[in-house]
Design a protein around this ligand. Structure first.
Ligand code: NAD
Length: 305
């Protein structure tokens, strides 16, 4: 397929490499030309503008930080939309909200539009095992499925509904994961401050109805290595939480818990900076008690087994 790709960051760079490796004819664009250096050496083309990245392409993928960036790339000067040919497909894989895509669809004529955000982090992007949630027309989804399979696990590439459904599913996944993170940080902090050994507390929680994947797997990067995962920035986490809370408002659902989780994340961003890792809200609690939540190596390997 002739493919354009815009946005070569933590996610877009490895995703576009996988698209190219799968044999697609690829042209890429980013604000930072250096982000394309490896791809250009390998033989992919460079587009100086989004419009150039879309010209003559059957499908164009965007992987951009937030709705404002998507809007600029699609509808701004030399935007993608001005280069997209009738019959082509724009696939937005950013974690975003439907408003921009709705505006594009309103004027897109015969250009098809899919929202197809992903889960799986930078590691999944590199391995080509992303989970992909697709909203839009099912026939268009089937047409571009081979392209999506270059980036994701075929078993976990799902058509989840009409336009915007992919964005919604993705925002709900992130909202629940961030809520797990904040709840887990509080529970581990209270329990250890009350005198229970961290490894023991975690082991008991894992054997209880309160167990979670987050507690079993994801939190280990902090507990074992003090790694707060800077491959997903706090700025993006706050963006996702803001979009999720906005979505709740738009559909008339009051969300006390989600709003508090968003505030905790905003506090972490204020404290540790925009580019800090998504797990830094745990450090808020560690700083409060002046006690890092760390497993000793032996206990960690026992409790992870
Ligand atoms: P990133 O900030 O690392 O990369 C974004 C890229 O877009 C950068 O290379 C930037 O230069 C480029 N860009 C920004 N504005 C541009 C413009 N106007 N024109 C051209 N290029 C522009 O972000 P990321 O971590 O790769 O995330 C991208 C999207 O994927 C976000 O919506 C994020 O929420 C989502 N996401 C990220 C992860 C993750 O683990 N990082 C996981 C799942 C989903």
């Amino acid at each position: 397929m002739k493919v354009g790709f815009v946005g070569l960051g933590h996610m877009g760079a490895p995703m576009s490499r996988n698209v190219f490796a799968a044999g697609h004819d690829l042209i890429v664009h980013d604000l930072r030309r250096e982000a394309a250096a490896g791809l250009e050496v390998a033989g992919a083309g460079w587009a100086a503008t989004p419009r150039e990245a879309a010209a003559g392409r059957e499908a164009v993928i965007t992987m951009l930080p937030a709705p404002a960036h998507v809007e600029r790339v699609l509808l701004g000067p030399d935007g993608l939309l001005s280069g997209l040919a009738p019959g082509s497909v724009w696939i937005d894989m950013s974690t975003s909200a439907p408003a921009v895509a709705d505006r594009v669809r309103a004027v897109a004529g015969d250009v098809a539009v899919l929202d197809a955000p992903v889960s799986g982090m930078a590691a999944g992007a590199g391995a080509g095992t992303l989970q992909i949630f697709v909203g839009g027309e099912e026939a268009v989804f089937h047409r571009v499925r081979p392209l999506l399979e270059a980036m994701g696990d075929p078993e976990r590439i799902l058509h989840v509904g009409g336009h915007g459904a992919g964005y919604t599913v993705k925002l709900m996944i992130n909202l629940l994961w961030f809520a797990h993170l904040v709840a887990t940080a509080e529970v581990l902090t209270i329990g250890t401050q009350a005198g229970v050994d961290l490894a023991t507390l975690r082991r008991c929680l894992l054997a209880s109805p309160a167990a979670s994947n987050f507690l079993e797997r994801d939190v280990l990067s902090v507990l074992e290595a003090g790694d707060y995962d800077d491959s997903f920035a706090l700025a993006l986490a706050c963006k996702d939480l803001g979009l999720a809370v906005d979505l709740a408002g738009a559909v008339g659902v009051p969300v006390e818990l989600s709003a508090v989780v968003e505030q905790v994340y905003r506090r972490a961003r204020a404290q540790y900076g925009e580019t800090g890792g998504e797990m830094l809200p745990i450090k808020l609690y560690e700083d409060l008690t002046r006690t890092p939540l760390r497993l000793p190596p032996v206990s960690a390997s026992v409790s992870a087994s």
